[in-house]
Design a protein around this ligand. Structure first.
Ligand SMILES: *[C@@H]1O[C@H](CO)[C@@H](O)[C@H](O)[C@H]1NC(C)=O
Ligand SMILES: *[C@@H]1O[C@H](CO)[C@@H](O)[C@H](O)[C@H]1NC(C)=O
Length: 275
């Protein structure tokens, strides 16, 4: 009975240890058995959401036979180079792999095979601007890391590449520009019809005045069929002036709004960077 209790307690303890503390990266240093390569050249810049990385991995052929008997899966990850971890606690390297933030972006997880592994990955849209390398962990049946390999040296200084994040700012600016252009066009139509109605009203008023004067006298510069001796008057069109003013107003409004959006996006970008 006491024995059973002890077994149960130690089993529970082991579970807790496994759940709370992962294996440490330093404990894997003797198990750098995977050879990992990635297509970007040293210093190459890739665009998130657009460019892709081809990763290959295999077991180092110099390892003793049976070294990989416990390997069940391989998890390939995108990892921050030290230069992009400076002053950023949320990307910190922690020896305990459960807490380590170095390799925060998953590329792919595949069943283990000692050779012939290739995967083409389009850089995910949420990958932030930074300098990276690629690391692969071999995991056992319990998904615990038992070996690794990476595209850079142990000091993480060689063979690094860059990712340039998608800027959300451009999309917002485009949307606001389209919205305000549409608003301007609608407003211009509104002014146009208002002016047309005003012109019609004043025309009707002019006829009324004419009607009052009709009985006073008669005489005209044209013949009775009103086909000779005619001349034309071109009215001052108030409409054009109104249109010009409204166009200027709405252009100014659009420009001010774009500036507003621009600064809002800038503040958002700054805030997310601090986060
Ligand atoms: C394979 O492992 C050996 C011994 O650790 C190492 O010297 C060699 O560079 C590795 N090969 C590759 C291609 O990384
Ligand atoms: C890593 O850096 C240490 C200290 O700067 C140096 O002694 C060591 O040779 C470096 N290792 C490699 C593989 O460059």
């Amino acid at each position: 009975m006491a024995n059973q209790g002890f077994l149960l307690a130690s089993a529970l303890f082991c579970c807790l240890v496994a759940a709370c503390y992962g294996v440490t990266f330093s404990s894997l240093q003797g198990q750098k058995t995977l050879v990992v390569t990635a297509s970007p050249t040293n210093g190459q810049a890739l665009k998130a959401g657009k460019d892709s990385i081809t990763v290959t991995w295999s077991l180092n052929t110099t390892v003793a036979p049976g070294t990989d008997s416990a390997y069940k899966t391989v998890a390939v990850k995108l990892c921050y180079a030290p230069v992009s971890q400076k002053d950023r606690g949320w990307r910190k390297t922690v020896d305990d792999l459960k807490k380590d933030k170095t390799c925060s972006h998953d590329i792919v997880t595949r069943p283990y095979s000692p050779s012939g592994n290739t995967y083409k990955w389009t850089v995910a849209r949420d990958v932030p601007t930074a300098t990276y390398f690629v690391r692969a962990y071999a995991e056992n049946a319990e998904l615990v890391e038992v070996a690794f390999g990476q595209t850079t040296d142990s000091n993480k200084t060689t063979n690094l590449f860059q990712v340039q994040a998608i800027s959300g700012r451009h999309v917002s600016l485009d949307i606001s520009a389209i919205c305000f252009s549409a608003f301007s066009i609608l407003s211009l139509f509104g002014f146009f019809f208002m002016e047309k109605r005003k012109a019609k009203a004043s025309q009707q008023r002019a006829y009324a005045e004419n009607a009052e004067l009709v009985e006073v006298a008669f005489g005209q510069t044209t013949d009775s069929n009103k086909t000779t001796n005619l001349f034309q008057v071109q009215a001052i069109s108030g409409r054009h002036v109104s249109l010009d003013i409204s166009a200027i107003c709405f252009s100014a409004f659009s420009i001010l709004s774009l500036f507003g959006f621009f600064f809002m996006e800038k503040r958002k970008a700054k805030a997310s960077q601090q986060k």
